[in-house]
Design a protein around this ligand. Sequence first.
Ligand SMILES: C=CC1=C(C)c2cc3[nH]c(cc4nc(cc5[nH]c(cc1n2)c(C)c5CCC(=O)O)C(CCC(=O)O)=C4C)c(C)c3C=C
Ligand code: FE2
Length: 400
Amino acid sequence: GAGALALTRHDPEPVATSADAGGAIPFYGRRQAGIVTPAQDRLHFCAFDVITDDRAALVEMLQDWTAAAARMTAGRDAGTFGAVGGSPEAPPDDTGEALGLPASGLTLTIGFGPTLFRDARGRDRFGIAARRPAALADLPKFPRDALEPAISGGDIGVQACAHDPQVAVHAIRNLARIGMGKVSVRWSQLGFGRTSSTSRSQATPRNLFGFKDGTRNLKAEDAALLDEHLWVQPGDGPDWMTGGSYLVTRKIRMLIETWDRSPLSEQQTIIGRDKGEGAPLTGAREHDEPDFAAQDGAGLPVIAADSHLRLAHPDQNGGARMLRRGYNFVDGSDGLGRLNAGLFFMSYQRDPHKQFVPVQSRLAKQDALNEYIRHVSSGLFACPPGLPAADDHWGRALFA
Ligand SMILES: C=CC1=C(C)c2cc3[nH]c(cc4nc(cc5[nH]c(cc1n2)c(C)c5CCC(=O)O)C(CCC(=O)O)=C4C)c(C)c3C=C
Ligand SMILES: [Fe+2]
């Protein structure tokens, strides 16, 4: 709560960093933490289905979640009695596996999926269908999509990021426990190794193909670009989303063994950057601007027409940009001797239909990388602005 009181609408963007990997990131503020917060090392993302039709019960659960989230992000137990301080006759109000662990930079970011507003059977269960933003319209089906319904969609999404996986898992587990009878876990995903930098204070990490990823990401320090591309602006849609952002999740299986058998030069041609430095193939340093007009001796473009870099670049997509915040995943192996591994892609943007959709449409049709990847899950969530004060709660403006 102390952080809440310190942050007002006049505060600058919360480029909150924990002093060390154990530190706490303020839960309350103008924006939800976990979007421009420098990406932590670990992820547990969970999509919930709401299993009650009772609006008041759902709102009450969101209040309970908010209180627990504020406590856990401060490094405290989920409930007031804690894992071991309550009655021995009652289940503890915290599950205990984070006892003794610091806050670990935990952030909890909530988003509401299209099906919360109108379910698959067309029902407006909670009387909020008219409050659904146009930007939350379902994503189109893209060529090559191999989406599995059981691990796609969801009424509510919660992104837990932390520097300690036990802390992120503990947070989701306790929200699921608190929500019992009102929500059920639809699907969840663990991630390790961030694949993006969201702040200039961070070095660019690498994805499982071994390439630097996140070089040309939106960064927390670029306030004007964030207003243009990340944060929902007044007049964009319903007021309850002003100051928020839309999250797209895509679980992308990467065909690691096939990639590992392809020559270095081919890998670099596919991405459009060199593997060591991460420089565009027309440059020498990571942050050099790519020169898409440059040709080699044979008159061919140095950055290939079907390279990921060229196709995803804002110049090819009407200036569209997004804040990528994905994680590597390895879900063991697939029984056929291959790693079940890839990228849990997450992007935040002001309007997914003007940003993610055009970029992914182009990539799905032409990207040379497609031979090595499969999109197996998809999610879309409207993430409201932050809670400015401790008497506010998740969903209050939506359900007002
Ligand atoms: C629809 C959006 C995107 C998907 C899906 C996606 C998948 C994906 N990307 C990589 C690896 C890299 N991507 C890089 C850059 C990059 N990718 C996207 C969008 C999607 N990627 C954008 C918008 C950009 C930035 C383009 C630009 O502004 O220049 C890079 C290069 C480094 C970087 O700039 O971040 C790599 C490497 C994989 C492996 C993947 C699917 C598994
Ligand atoms: Fe990419």
